[in-house]
Design a protein around this ligand. Structure first.
Ligand SMILES: C[S@@+](CC[C@H](N)C(=O)[O-])C[C@H]1O[C@@H](n2cnc3c(N)ncnc32)[C@H](O)[C@@H]1O
Length: 136
């Protein structure tokens, strides 16, 4: 934190994308500014307030819709999505946070997630042992 030298930002931008053609917006004439205190969870340093996530998800999806978080950290967006009857998919680079997300989402996840992870590990191991590691 640089709070001793400069003002601290109290503003954060949210970016989300919708599938082409989706017209879901359950928040007619709502202001673009949302005011919530920071999240207090210690599971991920940037975890957002779940009430904020709930508001955004309910405004922009209907029950059964898919929420995709490409940088899911500890999985909070997907957790809130699942708690509110939405489906979710996520990606996380950091194995530690991926493990936390997996644990938190376990009541909602499909049973084959472990086998997908094992398959990715096997492919990575094979690539390393044959020297065929690919970069993208
Ligand atoms: C701002 S945090 C997300 C926090 C999360 N939304 C939560 O509430 O817990 C961004 C996350 O993206 C992950 N990340 C960064 N680059 C990534 C990439 N290329 N693919 C997947 N995850 C990535 C980081 O490891 C980090 O956990």
């Amino acid at each position: 934190m640089n709070g001793q030298y400069v003002y601290l930002s109290g503003v954060e931008f949210a970016v989300w994308f919708k599938k082409q053609g989706s017209k879901v917006f359950n928040a007619r004439c709502k202001n673009v500014v949302f005011k919530y205190p920071n999240g207090t969870s210690k599971l991920h340093p940037t975890e957002k307030n779940h009430k904020l996530l709930r508001e955004l998800i309910l405004d922009n999806t209907n029950e059964g819709d898919m929420v995709f978080d490409p940088c899911m950290g500890s999985g909070s967006h997907l957790l809130v999505a699942a708690e509110n009857g939405r489906n979710g998919k996520g990606v996380e680079l950091n194995e530690h946070y991926f493990g936390i997300a997996k644990e938190r989402l376990s009541p909602y996840t499909c049973s084959n997630i472990g086998s997908i992870i094992d398959r990715i590990r096997r492919i990575k191991d094979e690539q390393q042992s044959t020297g065929n590691a690919q970069t993208c």
